[in-house]
Design a protein around this ligand. Sequence first.
Ligand code: ATP
Length: 248
Amino acid sequence: MLAARQLSLQYPGKRLCRSLSFEVNPGECWAILGQNGCGKTTLLHTLGGLRAPDSGTVTIQGSAISALPRRERACKLGVMLQEEPGEFWGTVRDYILLGRYPHVKSLFGWDDPDYTMVEKVIAQLELSQLADRSLSTLSGGERQRARMALLLAQSPEYYLLDEPLQHLDLRHQYLTMALLHDIAQQGQAVIMVLHDIHWLIPFCDHVLMLFNDGHALVGKTTELVTQANLEALYQCRIAYSSMNERTI
Ligand SMILES: Nc1ncnc2c1ncn2[C@@H]1O[C@H](COP(=O)(O)OP(=O)(O)OP(=O)(O)O)[C@@H](O)[C@H]1O
């Protein structure tokens, strides 16, 4: 389990959360919601060990994330950042292969199962026509699908994703949410920052609502995703009709 205990996060002059405790178990699909600037990315980075908490702890199966060797950490945790630093000059397939890096066993690089896995995720993300193209030539949505494919190739136990639907058209938003839901069903865990509340009820079983004053609501989607809670969270009127169907 990924456990946050008594977590407090802040920047000078801004408290993002205080004494926040929750547990994410294998098989669960979580959404982190809140207004711009409330601290969702900072929280996700802290859960992924990219930032130390100001107080409190984050552990994975009882171990502090910072204590895990890097390769082991990459097998347990996969992080999709909101923005990717740097440029990559290889093909889409080369890029996705990087996801297999923590699993490499041979001194000589990737083995057949790694290549097989990469072809599988290329097909899943509908990237077959683009696999031999330079990554740098892809559109925003195509690149986002390549980033998702890299994470699937990495196949971590816990997926941490910051706005995984950015740049995607409606079809690929749906496919990505269905994919993330399936990943959780298969026994891994998914935690994503989400802005589009329409995907919540069909695909996410847990939710963390982070308010601007640093308090949070944490629990089951079916209990917390109410019109009153959403209006309090986003500070606007919302005509919310829950979309319970997993089809568009
Ligand atoms: N290094 C920093 N120093 C000071 N303040 C920061 C720093 N990084 C982020 N912040 C501030 O902390 C707050 C939380 O930022 P964060 O990126 O976590 O928000 P968010 O909820 O993910 O926002 P968005 O929905 O816009 O992506 C913001 O007000 C941001 O300006």
